[in-house]
Design a protein around this ligand. Sequence first.
Ligand code: LLP
Length: 404
Amino acid sequence: MEKVEVSKVVKEVQTPFYLYSRSQITDNFFKFSQAVSSLDNLICYSIKANGNLSVIKAIAELGGGADVVSLGEYKRAMKAGIDSSKIVFSGVGKQDFEISESLKCGLLQFNVESISELEMINKISSNLGKIAPIAFRVNPDIDAGTHEGISTGKADNKFGIPLNDALKIYQYANSLNNIEIVGIDVHIGSQISDLRSFEKTFSHLSKLLERLKKEKIVIKHIDVGGGLGIKYSDTDSVPDIIEYGRIIERALGDLGCKIIFEPGRYIVGNAGLLVTKVIYKKSGEKKDFVILDCAMNDFFRPALYGANHRIIPLKKKFGKILVDIVGPVCETTDTFLKDHKFDDIAEGDFCAFMDVGAYGAVLSSEYNSRPLIPEVMVSRSEFHVVRKRPSFEDMIERESMPEW
Ligand code: LLP
């Protein structure tokens, strides 16, 4: 990774650990911003994909903003140096303390998803003597053709306000004293490979904008969400980023608005490895298994979505074995690849999961009382542990045993 031998990192940091490339993150950000450079734009990196402070800092240094969905993410963004005027606050269930703290410290806009939330924001901003900038997230009822666990733009998903109700909800918001309408927002799903679903969505948006304009409701920001897919395997087809930029330019380019983007996976997905060690190999009656030292609690995408990630040995191997690659957790879904023609790896050898920079570490847990694994970042020929592994004591000491 960059100028660092992964096998050197393995000598200093105990596996399993995540390993990120800073220059890959900056390259991805640069490619994205090039593709949308003809637009007045702001790239608000979606922190949920990877919330490590060093990752966010790399993006802050490039002028990026942040898309946050909790006060925790908001605080991470601020700590890593993102300017509060570049933070959009998304999510269906913002709570009063999250709204008031972010209003006090500042933000670009709340992406509002219901009338109740709008009224809550109005009440809090009135109490604080503020005017809250808001956009509504509309649900365009579009099937983006992704895994159903990550689809968000269909009418039966919990997200956004129905497109058909948008006009009257905007009119209602316009009548509230402590609300300033600044934008419109949409996000239809993640790992999207077919650009046509974006195209359809943007055409709905531009029609809605015209109707709002007739009602004298001024929209300054169009937030088009995230969702661009990346290549996890040779057979995955991925959207062309330049074409994505052109589609937006055609649909929304001449409306005089700032276009906000919320990419997550595109910025960090291919910038992360998960480095792990083979603990044992074993032969079952019907199958052979390779047992790794990382498990579903460390990397959840395979168990959660049936996602397949390439796993490659750190040292070249000759010959192949047919195996299931599994972790040590006591669940059958703790399986990373099934019936896989794997390199003929030995016990004690190291290997790496590819493309786990997005929705990797952030989805991990301590299931089976396994402490969270470290995150390490490489930049050129240096590497640093950017989140250390807690000790067993750290993990256990958070709990108490009251004398009842
Ligand atoms: N904006 C909003 C409002 C979102 O909900 C998301 C992702 C994004 C932006 C960023 O989307 P991206 O560019 O990363 O596709 N855990 C799943 C993905 C869940 C995505 C949730 N929302 C996975 O591992 O595939």
